[in-house]
Design a protein around this ligand. Structure first.
Ligand code: NIG
Ligand code: FE
Length: 399
Protein backbone atom coordinates (compact mmCIF):
# COMPACT_ATOMS: atom_id res chain seq x y z
CA UNK A 1 0.00 0.00 0.00
CA UNK A 2 1.53 3.33 -1.05
CA UNK A 3 0.41 6.89 -0.52
CA UNK A 4 1.67 10.11 -2.04
CA UNK A 5 1.40 13.30 0.01
CA UNK A 6 1.21 16.18 -2.44
CA UNK A 7 0.76 19.91 -1.96
CA UNK A 8 3.61 20.30 0.55
CA UNK A 9 4.54 23.98 0.39
CA UNK A 10 7.83 23.49 2.25
CA UNK A 11 9.34 20.10 3.12
CA UNK A 12 12.15 19.89 5.65
CA UNK A 13 14.02 16.67 4.94
CA UNK A 14 17.21 17.05 7.05
CA UNK A 15 18.76 14.91 4.34
CA UNK A 16 22.36 16.05 4.06
CA UNK A 17 22.92 13.75 1.09
CA UNK A 18 20.00 15.08 -0.97
CA UNK A 19 20.72 17.19 -4.03
CA UNK A 20 18.16 19.90 -3.32
CA UNK A 21 18.70 23.60 -3.90
CA UNK A 22 20.32 24.89 -0.70
CA UNK A 23 19.26 28.24 0.68
CA UNK A 24 22.72 29.43 1.68
CA UNK A 25 21.42 32.96 1.73
CA UNK A 26 18.54 31.96 4.05
CA UNK A 27 18.47 32.03 7.83
CA UNK A 28 21.60 30.78 9.64
CA UNK A 29 21.87 27.03 9.46
CA UNK A 30 18.98 26.54 7.07
CA UNK A 31 21.12 24.61 4.62
CA UNK A 32 21.18 21.70 7.09
CA UNK A 33 17.39 21.33 6.78
CA UNK A 34 17.68 20.42 3.05
CA UNK A 35 14.34 22.04 2.30
CA UNK A 36 12.36 21.19 -0.84
CA UNK A 37 9.62 23.62 -1.86
CA UNK A 38 6.39 22.48 -3.56
CA UNK A 39 7.26 18.95 -2.58
CA UNK A 40 5.72 15.50 -2.36
CA UNK A 41 6.50 12.44 -0.23
CA UNK A 42 5.68 8.86 -1.17
CA UNK A 43 5.22 6.41 1.66
CA UNK A 44 5.21 2.65 1.22
CA UNK A 45 4.14 0.72 4.26
CA UNK A 46 5.95 2.25 7.20
CA UNK A 47 8.81 3.90 5.32
CA UNK A 48 9.51 6.80 3.03
CA UNK A 49 9.89 5.60 -0.56
CA UNK A 50 10.51 8.90 -2.33
CA UNK A 51 10.81 12.64 -1.65
CA UNK A 52 11.16 15.39 -4.21
CA UNK A 53 9.42 18.12 -6.16
CA UNK A 54 5.70 17.42 -6.50
CA UNK A 55 5.94 17.89 -10.27
CA UNK A 56 7.99 14.70 -10.58
CA UNK A 57 6.30 12.57 -7.92
CA UNK A 58 5.68 8.96 -8.89
CA UNK A 59 2.16 7.55 -8.75
CA UNK A 60 0.88 5.81 -5.64
CA UNK A 61 -2.20 3.85 -4.58
CA UNK A 62 -3.73 6.88 -2.86
CA UNK A 63 -3.04 10.59 -2.61
CA UNK A 64 -3.31 13.08 0.25
CA UNK A 65 -3.19 16.82 -0.31
CA UNK A 66 -1.28 18.79 2.32
CA UNK A 67 -2.87 21.99 1.05
CA UNK A 68 0.36 24.01 0.86
CA UNK A 69 1.32 23.32 4.47
CA UNK A 70 4.86 22.92 5.72
CA UNK A 71 5.95 19.38 6.62
CA UNK A 72 8.77 18.54 9.02
CA UNK A 73 10.20 15.24 10.29
CA UNK A 74 8.57 14.07 13.51
CA UNK A 75 10.39 15.31 16.60
CA UNK A 76 12.82 12.94 18.28
CA UNK A 77 12.63 13.70 22.00
CA UNK A 78 15.79 12.09 23.35
CA UNK A 79 15.27 12.85 27.04
CA UNK A 80 12.17 12.23 29.16
CA UNK A 81 11.20 10.85 32.54
CA UNK A 82 7.60 9.78 31.95
CA UNK A 83 7.29 6.92 34.44
CA UNK A 84 6.10 8.63 37.58
CA UNK A 85 3.09 9.26 39.78
CA UNK A 86 2.05 12.32 41.76
CA UNK A 87 2.21 16.02 41.08
CA UNK A 88 4.62 18.80 42.02
CA UNK A 89 2.62 21.81 40.98
CA UNK A 90 2.99 23.47 44.40
CA UNK A 91 6.79 23.04 44.20
CA UNK A 92 6.71 24.82 40.81
CA UNK A 93 4.61 27.61 42.27
CA UNK A 94 7.09 28.06 45.13
CA UNK A 95 9.95 28.32 42.64
CA UNK A 96 8.16 30.99 40.70
CA UNK A 97 8.09 33.07 43.85
CA UNK A 98 11.74 32.57 44.68
CA UNK A 99 12.44 29.06 46.04
CA UNK A 100 15.46 27.45 44.36
CA UNK A 101 15.21 24.11 42.52
CA UNK A 102 17.11 21.26 44.17
CA UNK A 103 17.71 17.64 43.28
CA UNK A 104 15.98 16.62 46.50
CA UNK A 105 12.51 17.19 45.04
CA UNK A 106 12.98 13.93 43.14
CA UNK A 107 12.30 12.04 46.39
CA UNK A 108 8.73 13.39 46.50
CA UNK A 109 8.03 11.73 43.16
CA UNK A 110 9.81 8.55 44.24
CA UNK A 111 7.38 8.09 47.14
CA UNK A 112 4.35 8.59 44.87
CA UNK A 113 5.75 6.32 42.15
CA UNK A 114 6.47 3.45 44.54
CA UNK A 115 2.88 3.68 45.82
CA UNK A 116 1.36 3.48 42.31
CA UNK A 117 0.24 0.25 40.66
CA UNK A 118 1.70 -0.93 37.37
CA UNK A 119 -1.64 -0.11 35.73
CA UNK A 120 -1.59 3.43 37.06
CA UNK A 121 1.97 3.96 35.79
CA UNK A 122 1.08 2.50 32.36
CA UNK A 123 -1.97 4.72 32.06
CA UNK A 124 0.02 7.84 32.98
CA UNK A 125 2.76 7.10 30.47
CA UNK A 126 0.18 6.34 27.77
CA UNK A 127 -1.46 9.72 28.34
CA UNK A 128 1.83 11.58 28.19
CA UNK A 129 2.97 9.74 25.06
CA UNK A 130 -0.35 10.58 23.38
CA UNK A 131 0.09 14.20 24.45
CA UNK A 132 3.56 14.22 22.90
CA UNK A 133 2.40 12.56 19.69
CA UNK A 134 -0.39 15.11 19.22
CA UNK A 135 2.32 17.79 19.33
CA UNK A 136 4.51 16.09 16.74
CA UNK A 137 6.83 13.83 18.72
CA UNK A 138 7.13 10.50 16.93
CA UNK A 139 10.20 9.01 18.70
CA UNK A 140 11.19 9.29 22.30
CA UNK A 141 13.46 8.07 25.04
CA UNK A 142 12.06 7.29 28.49
CA UNK A 143 14.10 6.96 31.69
CA UNK A 144 13.44 5.19 34.94
CA UNK A 145 14.64 6.95 38.08
CA UNK A 146 11.62 7.43 40.30
CA UNK A 147 11.63 3.88 41.69
CA UNK A 148 15.11 3.57 43.21
CA UNK A 149 14.54 0.01 44.46
CA UNK A 150 15.41 -3.08 42.45
CA UNK A 151 11.74 -3.85 41.95
CA UNK A 152 10.58 -0.31 41.19
CA UNK A 153 13.37 0.48 38.73
CA UNK A 154 12.80 -2.80 36.84
CA UNK A 155 9.06 -2.25 36.65
CA UNK A 156 9.49 1.39 35.58
CA UNK A 157 11.63 0.21 32.67
CA UNK A 158 9.21 -2.59 31.81
CA UNK A 159 6.44 0.02 31.61
CA UNK A 160 8.61 2.34 29.49
CA UNK A 161 9.41 -0.53 27.09
CA UNK A 162 5.77 -0.67 26.05
CA UNK A 163 6.25 2.74 24.48
CA UNK A 164 9.82 2.86 23.12
CA UNK A 165 12.98 0.84 22.46
CA UNK A 166 14.98 3.74 23.87
CA UNK A 167 14.63 3.04 27.55
CA UNK A 168 17.25 4.31 29.99
CA UNK A 169 18.14 2.94 33.41
CA UNK A 170 18.52 5.94 35.75
CA UNK A 171 18.76 4.17 39.10
CA UNK A 172 21.48 6.76 39.83
CA UNK A 173 19.01 9.64 39.94
CA UNK A 174 19.40 10.48 43.62
CA UNK A 175 20.35 8.51 46.75
CA UNK A 176 17.04 7.46 48.32
CA UNK A 177 16.35 8.12 51.98
CA UNK A 178 17.41 5.37 54.39
CA UNK A 179 20.64 4.36 52.67
CA UNK A 180 24.20 5.63 52.31
CA UNK A 181 25.69 6.77 49.00
CA UNK A 182 28.23 3.92 49.12
CA UNK A 183 25.61 1.23 49.71
CA UNK A 184 23.33 2.71 47.09
CA UNK A 185 26.03 2.78 44.39
CA UNK A 186 26.71 -0.89 45.21
CA UNK A 187 23.01 -1.62 44.73
CA UNK A 188 22.78 0.34 41.46
CA UNK A 189 25.86 -1.36 40.00
CA UNK A 190 24.82 -4.79 41.29
CA UNK A 191 21.35 -6.25 41.75
CA UNK A 192 19.49 -3.21 40.43
CA UNK A 193 21.50 -3.17 37.21
CA UNK A 194 20.96 -6.90 36.73
CA UNK A 195 17.19 -6.44 37.08
CA UNK A 196 17.10 -3.32 34.91
CA UNK A 197 19.41 -4.30 32.04
CA UNK A 198 16.99 -6.64 30.24
CA UNK A 199 14.54 -3.75 29.88
CA UNK A 200 17.01 -0.99 29.00
CA UNK A 201 19.15 0.16 26.09
CA UNK A 202 20.90 3.00 27.89
CA UNK A 203 22.28 3.86 31.34
CA UNK A 204 22.32 7.38 32.76
CA UNK A 205 23.61 9.08 35.92
CA UNK A 206 22.55 12.41 37.44
CA UNK A 207 26.07 13.79 37.90
CA UNK A 208 25.50 16.84 40.09
CA UNK A 209 25.86 18.28 43.58
CA UNK A 210 23.23 16.54 45.71
CA UNK A 211 23.18 13.49 43.44
CA UNK A 212 26.29 11.59 42.20
CA UNK A 213 29.87 12.75 41.73
CA UNK A 214 32.18 12.11 38.79
CA UNK A 215 33.85 9.04 40.32
CA UNK A 216 30.51 7.47 41.14
CA UNK A 217 29.29 8.32 37.64
CA UNK A 218 32.31 6.70 36.07
CA UNK A 219 31.82 3.51 38.11
CA UNK A 220 28.10 3.31 37.32
CA UNK A 221 28.61 3.86 33.59
CA UNK A 222 31.36 1.21 33.55
CA UNK A 223 29.07 -1.30 35.23
CA UNK A 224 26.35 -0.47 32.73
CA UNK A 225 28.74 -0.98 29.81
CA UNK A 226 29.68 -4.39 31.24
CA UNK A 227 25.98 -5.22 31.05
CA UNK A 228 25.61 -4.04 27.46
CA UNK A 229 24.09 -0.62 28.19
CA UNK A 230 25.19 2.48 26.26
CA UNK A 231 26.02 5.49 28.45
CA UNK A 232 24.60 8.99 28.66
CA UNK A 233 24.75 11.58 31.44
CA UNK A 234 22.84 14.37 33.16
CA UNK A 235 25.58 16.91 33.84
CA UNK A 236 26.29 20.56 34.66
CA UNK A 237 22.61 21.31 35.23
CA UNK A 238 22.79 23.17 38.54
CA UNK A 239 26.51 23.88 38.95
CA UNK A 240 29.85 23.78 37.20
CA UNK A 241 31.50 20.37 37.55
CA UNK A 242 33.28 17.52 35.85
CA UNK A 243 30.30 15.67 34.36
CA UNK A 244 30.49 17.11 30.87
CA UNK A 245 34.21 16.40 30.67
CA UNK A 246 33.59 12.83 31.85
CA UNK A 247 31.05 12.36 29.05
CA UNK A 248 33.47 13.69 26.45
CA UNK A 249 36.34 11.62 27.82
CA UNK A 250 34.27 8.43 27.69
CA UNK A 251 32.93 9.32 24.24
CA UNK A 252 29.34 9.02 25.42
CA UNK A 253 26.70 9.53 22.77
CA UNK A 254 25.10 12.44 24.61
CA UNK A 255 25.45 14.59 27.70
CA UNK A 256 22.33 16.41 28.73
CA UNK A 257 21.60 19.82 30.34
CA UNK A 258 25.04 21.52 29.86
CA UNK A 259 23.79 24.68 31.53
CA UNK A 260 26.94 25.63 33.45
CA UNK A 261 29.91 25.19 31.10
CA UNK A 262 33.51 26.34 31.59
CA UNK A 263 35.65 26.91 28.53
CA UNK A 264 37.34 23.56 29.21
CA UNK A 265 33.94 21.83 29.02
CA UNK A 266 33.13 23.43 25.68
CA UNK A 267 36.60 22.52 24.42
CA UNK A 268 36.23 18.91 25.54
CA UNK A 269 32.87 18.65 23.80
CA UNK A 270 34.26 20.20 20.63
CA UNK A 271 37.08 17.64 20.62
CA UNK A 272 34.61 14.77 21.00
CA UNK A 273 31.62 13.42 19.08
CA UNK A 274 29.45 13.70 22.21
CA UNK A 275 26.22 15.57 21.59
CA UNK A 276 25.25 18.32 24.04
CA UNK A 277 21.50 17.95 24.54
CA UNK A 278 20.01 21.20 25.78
CA UNK A 279 16.75 21.13 27.74
CA UNK A 280 15.28 24.64 27.85
CA UNK A 281 12.09 23.48 29.55
CA UNK A 282 14.26 23.05 32.65
CA UNK A 283 15.57 26.57 32.69
CA UNK A 284 12.07 27.88 32.05
CA UNK A 285 10.70 25.91 34.98
CA UNK A 286 13.56 26.33 37.44
CA UNK A 287 14.40 29.95 36.64
CA UNK A 288 18.00 28.98 35.94
CA UNK A 289 19.92 30.85 33.24
CA UNK A 290 19.50 29.27 29.80
CA UNK A 291 22.54 27.53 28.29
CA UNK A 292 24.33 29.42 25.54
CA UNK A 293 23.74 27.37 22.40
CA UNK A 294 25.53 29.91 20.21
CA UNK A 295 28.75 29.36 22.15
CA UNK A 296 28.44 25.61 21.51
CA UNK A 297 27.66 25.95 17.80
CA UNK A 298 30.51 28.42 17.35
CA UNK A 299 32.90 25.95 18.97
CA UNK A 300 31.73 23.18 16.65
CA UNK A 301 29.85 21.17 19.28
CA UNK A 302 26.97 18.95 18.10
CA UNK A 303 23.74 20.11 19.76
CA UNK A 304 20.34 18.47 20.29
CA UNK A 305 17.17 19.71 21.95
CA UNK A 306 14.83 17.64 24.13
CA UNK A 307 11.94 18.24 26.51
CA UNK A 308 13.21 16.48 29.67
CA UNK A 309 9.51 15.99 30.41
CA UNK A 310 9.36 15.19 34.15
CA UNK A 311 7.21 16.30 37.08
CA UNK A 312 9.94 18.33 38.80
CA UNK A 313 12.18 20.43 36.61
CA UNK A 314 10.33 20.52 33.27
CA UNK A 315 6.75 19.35 33.02
CA UNK A 316 6.35 20.13 29.34
CA UNK A 317 5.93 17.63 26.53
CA UNK A 318 6.15 20.32 23.84
CA UNK A 319 9.15 20.21 21.53
CA UNK A 320 7.77 23.31 19.82
CA UNK A 321 8.09 25.19 23.12
CA UNK A 322 11.68 23.98 23.40
CA UNK A 323 12.37 25.25 19.88
CA UNK A 324 10.84 28.62 20.65
CA UNK A 325 12.84 28.98 23.89
CA UNK A 326 16.05 27.87 22.17
CA UNK A 327 15.57 30.53 19.52
CA UNK A 328 14.50 33.34 21.82
CA UNK A 329 16.72 32.63 24.82
CA UNK A 330 19.67 30.50 23.73
CA UNK A 331 20.92 32.02 20.50
CA UNK A 332 19.82 29.28 18.13
CA UNK A 333 18.50 30.14 14.70
CA UNK A 334 15.06 28.65 13.91
CA UNK A 335 16.75 26.22 11.51
CA UNK A 336 19.35 25.11 14.07
CA UNK A 337 16.61 24.57 16.63
CA UNK A 338 14.43 22.43 14.34
CA UNK A 339 17.44 20.38 13.27
CA UNK A 340 18.42 19.91 16.92
CA UNK A 341 14.90 18.70 17.78
CA UNK A 342 14.77 16.17 14.95
CA UNK A 343 17.95 14.94 13.23
CA UNK A 344 20.16 15.63 16.27
CA UNK A 345 17.67 14.02 18.64
CA UNK A 346 17.95 10.91 16.48
CA UNK A 347 21.75 11.12 16.59
CA UNK A 348 21.60 11.49 20.37
CA UNK A 349 19.81 8.14 20.45
CA UNK A 350 22.00 6.56 17.75
CA UNK A 351 18.90 6.11 15.63
CA UNK A 352 19.53 5.91 11.90
CA UNK A 353 15.89 5.32 10.99
CA UNK A 354 14.27 8.55 12.22
CA UNK A 355 14.85 12.31 12.26
CA UNK A 356 15.33 12.53 8.49
CA UNK A 357 12.82 12.27 5.65
CA UNK A 358 14.57 10.31 2.93
CA UNK A 359 14.00 7.01 1.14
CA UNK A 360 14.30 4.09 3.57
CA UNK A 361 13.68 6.15 6.69
CA UNK A 362 10.64 5.68 8.91
CA UNK A 363 7.71 7.69 7.61
CA UNK A 364 7.31 9.98 10.63
CA UNK A 365 6.14 13.41 9.58
CA UNK A 366 4.28 16.39 10.91
CA UNK A 367 2.01 18.68 8.91
CA UNK A 368 2.04 22.23 10.20
CA UNK A 369 -0.76 24.72 9.85
CA UNK A 370 1.87 27.15 8.63
CA UNK A 371 3.71 27.95 5.42
CA UNK A 372 7.14 27.36 6.98
CA UNK A 373 8.92 25.73 9.91
CA UNK A 374 9.88 29.30 10.87
CA UNK A 375 6.45 29.62 12.46
CA UNK A 376 7.42 27.13 15.19
CA UNK A 377 9.34 29.90 16.94
CA UNK A 378 7.61 32.85 15.28
CA UNK A 379 4.21 31.75 16.65
CA UNK A 380 5.11 30.50 20.15
CA UNK A 381 2.42 28.67 22.06
CA UNK A 382 0.16 28.26 19.03
CA UNK A 383 -0.95 24.67 18.29
CA UNK A 384 0.34 24.45 14.71
CA UNK A 385 0.24 20.66 14.35
CA UNK A 386 -2.38 19.82 11.72
CA UNK A 387 -1.51 16.14 11.42
CA UNK A 388 1.04 13.54 12.50
CA UNK A 389 2.09 10.41 10.58
CA UNK A 390 4.04 7.78 12.44
CA UNK A 391 5.52 4.74 10.66
CA UNK A 392 3.43 5.64 7.62
CA UNK A 393 0.11 5.87 9.46
CA UNK A 394 -1.88 8.96 10.38
CA UNK A 395 -1.91 8.95 14.20
CA UNK A 396 -3.17 12.45 14.87
CA UNK A 397 -5.85 13.63 14.64
CA UNK A 398 -7.25 10.19 15.50
CA UNK A 399 -8.82 8.56 12.43
O1 NIG B 1 16.46 16.03 34.24
N1 NIG B 1 18.12 16.29 36.74
C1 NIG B 1 17.62 15.27 37.14
N2 NIG B 1 16.44 14.80 36.80
C2 NIG B 1 15.39 15.60 36.26
C3 NIG B 1 14.64 16.29 37.33
C4 NIG B 1 13.87 15.37 38.09
C5 NIG B 1 12.97 15.95 39.11
O2 NIG B 1 13.14 17.09 39.61
O3 NIG B 1 12.05 15.20 39.45
C6 NIG B 1 15.94 16.53 35.23
O4 NIG B 1 15.87 17.74 35.35
FE1 FE C 1 16.38 14.60 32.97
Amino acid sequence: MSIVIVGIGELTTNDASASVPRSHDGPIGEDRLAIIRDAAVVIEGSTVAWVGPAASAPAADTAYDAGGRAVIPGYVDSHSHLVFAGDRGPEFAARMTGEPYSAGGIRTTVAATRAATDEQLMARVARLVAEMRAQGTTSLEIKSGYGLTVHDEARSLAVARHFTEDTTFLGAHVVPTGTTPEDYVDLVTGPMLSAAAPHARWIDVFCEDGAFDVDQGRAILAAGADNGLRGRLHANQLTFGGGVRLAAELGLTAVDHCTYLADADVGALADSATIATLLPGVEFSTRQPYPDARRLFDAGVRVALASDCNPGSSFTSSMALCIALAVREMGMSPAEALHAATAMGAAALEREDVGVLAPGKRADLVLLDAPSYLHLAYRPGVPLVAGVWQSGRPVHPAT
